[in-house]
Design a protein around this ligand. Structure first.
Ligand code: PTT
Ligand code: SF4
Length: 608
């Protein structure tokens, strides 16, 4: 089977045993890899109802048929598990040399089950697997960990690690790599910590077998050239995702003061032009010719790699208007291995809860020194407030006994950096994303802002689904970075061609969309199986956007309309073939070859 290795490396951390299992060809064609493979494995091999932080959860690192090939931005992999933050399916997409080396070592995925009784590093070199004691690394931050492992094992390999946040099981700890790459927002780093797996080091030297290497090389080169020739390329190379700050301000979607406003008076202090003044380096993922990792010197003279989400969430959303200071908070998040989006949300919620008397401690917007301390308190669970905020906003408000109406989360995962008071389509994208609120699956907002800003029509639901298919279904499963397409306009038609040259399988768009729909329905089924029930309330955006209108900017007075949003959600369910509770219908499951899901779902909810 060319284009896939056909093998999954299975590592039992409790017994320190390993085996290689087959990646069935049928699965490869129906799920591709990455997210598709991860959710199929979780469905099949994780015992239902497993404790996300217990040994039965599976931690999966999965690549796809395009990963690690010389095609644009293919140095990515999916890190997945049952999420300790949400209790449902969780994953993230991380750029790392580990992606390439997993393929070169001969695998399509590495699965960890069980838990080590003491800190461990797993080192894989092709067919060899070693368990290395990691007492000396436990407690180190992600940068120190990677540095030490490179000194020991050499540079030509890939490393995925956790920092103190993962070790301490902060529920939104991430997996980190290469100092500024982070993946697994819904606490995949905490799952890694619960298994006492400090790091995974992988070196592969085998050949990646593809169906037609010559054509693949030719097509890949053409795509690289098209990227460089794009009219967006030079500005992208200057600012990367940070150009979004000015756009978000203008469109009134820049999250401000815990998503109370869409404009921030101090936006010029944190925007892409400010970044350009401070920039000292630019780096990125393997096989990328449009690297977006813009590195600045922060207020403490240290390097910090910035992205739009990080800066909006640790800047405007918590009232901080100085990029040098925002960069310090961002660097701490990277070194500790904690998600900046949930971190900015939890701090934002804490300030609002403090000002509304729910929390006894007095917190102020923009209080940089206090926020810096608070990050330490969260990561090391030092204070009562830190311990509370380490659980994410949904649990924090429940335990604090108030403030749930201004937690900015869906299904327990905090919203990423787009305010939706005046963007119902993006609110739908957040509320129906597979892992909880994340923009990665349907960044519909740029289309929405440019077209029918206040519409709740069927075409909006259709657009959300189209983007979910492409981004959440396909890019996550053939596993390559989507930014060449999204940001510089690389023609989407490259991808089926690249897939064909890599695997020998000709996928039509219809077949690819079926794969994406299958993955979405299986992810939804996994949530229902794990939570034991489902209602459309799970697919609703935060209450604040319905109740508390914007007071500033071009859309002052705007808020979401509750009844119209219900109609939009109905359109979405109808188009997906899901019932009005958000449960896939029996006929939909059959059509998508998910018959094996039916008896399990029938034991949880009546199927329609
Ligand atoms: C992603 C989420 C994002 S999405 C950002 S910035 W973005 C935040 N980055 C964080 C960070 O940095 N440090 C940290 N401690 N926490 C962070 N949390 C946030 O995590 C990232 C890029 C970006 S930058 C984006 S949009 C694209 N995302 C892709 C995706 O999801 N899929 C895909 N096929 N390609 C993508 N390309 C782009 O990758 P999560 P990365 Mg990330 C420092 O992982 O869990 O999905 O959350 O992976 O290698 O850092 O690349 O404006
Ligand atoms: Fe990585 Fe950015 Fe390049 Fe995508 S565009 S592959 S996230 S460096």
């Amino acid at each position: 089977m060319k284009g896939w290795n056909g093998k999954i490396l299975w590592i039992d951390l409790s017994r320190k045993e390993t085996k290689v299992v087959k990646y069935p060809q049928g699965w490869a064609k129906e799920y591709l890899g990455g997210r598709g493979l991860a959710v199929r494995l979780l469905w099949e091999y994780m015992p239902p109802g497993a404790d996300p932080l217990g040994p039965d959860n599976l931690l999966i690192f999965a690549v796809g048929p395009l990963t690690g090939l010389t095609v644009p931005s293919s140095g990515k992999l999916v890190v997945a598990a049952k999420s300790p933050l949400t209790g449902g399916y969780g994953d993230g997409n991380i750029g790392s040399w580990a992606s390439y080396h997993i393929r070169k070592a001969g695998y399509d995925a590495v699965v960890f089950q069980g838990a080590s009784d003491k800190p461990v590093v797993v080192y894989v070199e092709n067919d060899k697997v070693e368990f290395r004691d990691a007492d000396d690394l436990w407690g180190l931050d992600t940068w120190e960990t990677e540095k030490k492992l490179k000194e020991e094992y050499g540079k030509n390999l890939g490393i995925l690690e956790i920092g103190p946040a993962g070790e301490n099981q902060v529920l939104y700890a991430t997996v980190m790599s290469q100092e500024g790459r982070s993946g697994g927002r819904p606490g995949i780093g905490a799952v890694m910590g619960s298994k006492k797996l400090k790091a995974f080091v992988v070196k592969g030297t085998k050949e990646i077998l593809v169906h037609d290497p010559k054509q693949l090389r030719r097509e890949g080169s053409k795509a690289y050239v098209e990227i460089v020739k794009s009219k967006m390329y030079s500005f992208w190379m200057r600012q990367g995702t940070m150009m979004t700050i000015d756009w978000a301000q203008e469109a009134s979607v820049l999250p401000t003061y815990n998503f109370s406003e869409g404009v921030f008076d101090g936006y010029k202090g944190i925007n892409g032009y400010r970044l350009e003044e401070m920039k000292i380096d630019q780096r990125g993922c393997p096989f990328c010719n449009m690297p977006c990792g813009n590195v600045v010197k922060d207020a403490e003279g240290m390097p910090s790699e910035l992205d739009y989400e990080n800066v909006a969430m640790l800047g405007s959303n918590i009232g901080l208007d100085d990029l040098a200071k925002v960069s310090v908070l961002n660097r701490l998040a990277d070194k500790y291995g904690v998600d900046t989006i949930s971190l900015g949300n939890t701090i934002g919620w804490a300030v609002e809860a403090s000002q509304k008397g729910v929390l006894s401690e007095k917190l102020e917007w923009g209080d940089y020194e206090r926020f810096k301390e608070l990050i330490d308190e969260i990561v090391f669970k030092k204070s009562d407030l830190g311990k509370l905020l380490a659980k994410g906003t949904k649990r924090a408000c429940e335990e604090a006994g108030g403030g749930c109406e201004y937690t900015m989360q869906v299904k327990g995962l905090e919203i990423s950096a787009y305010d939706c008071h005046a963007a119902p389509g993006m609110a739908l994208a957040f509320s129906t994303s597979s892992i909880g609120a994340h923009h990665k699956e349907a960044w519909v907002i740029s289309w929405e802002v440019a077209t029918d800003r206040f519409g709740y029509g069927r075409e909006k639901a259709a657009k959300v689904i189209e983007l979910q298919r492409l981004r959440g279904g396909l890019f996550e499963s053939f596993v390559a970075c989507r930014l060449p397409w999204v940001e510089v306009g690389l023609n989407l038609e490259y991808y089926p061609r690249l897939l064909k040259y890599a695997t020998g399988v000709t996928f039509t768009w219809e077949e690819l969309y079926d794969i994406a729909d299958r993955i979405y329905a299986l992810v939804r089924a996994f949530w229902i199986r794990e939570l034991g029930d489902w209602s459309r309330e799970m697919d609703k955006p935060p209450v604040k956007w319905f109740k508390q209108p914007l007071t500033k900017g071009p859309y002052a007075g705007a808020k979401l309309d509750k009844d119209k949003f219900e109609e939009l959600l109905d359109h979405y369910y109808d188009l997906r073939g899901w019932d009005r509770r958000g449960v896939p219908k029996k006929e939909t499951l059959e059509k998508l070859h998910l018959d094996f899901v039916i008896p399990v779902l029938e034991s949880k909810v009546a199927l329609r």
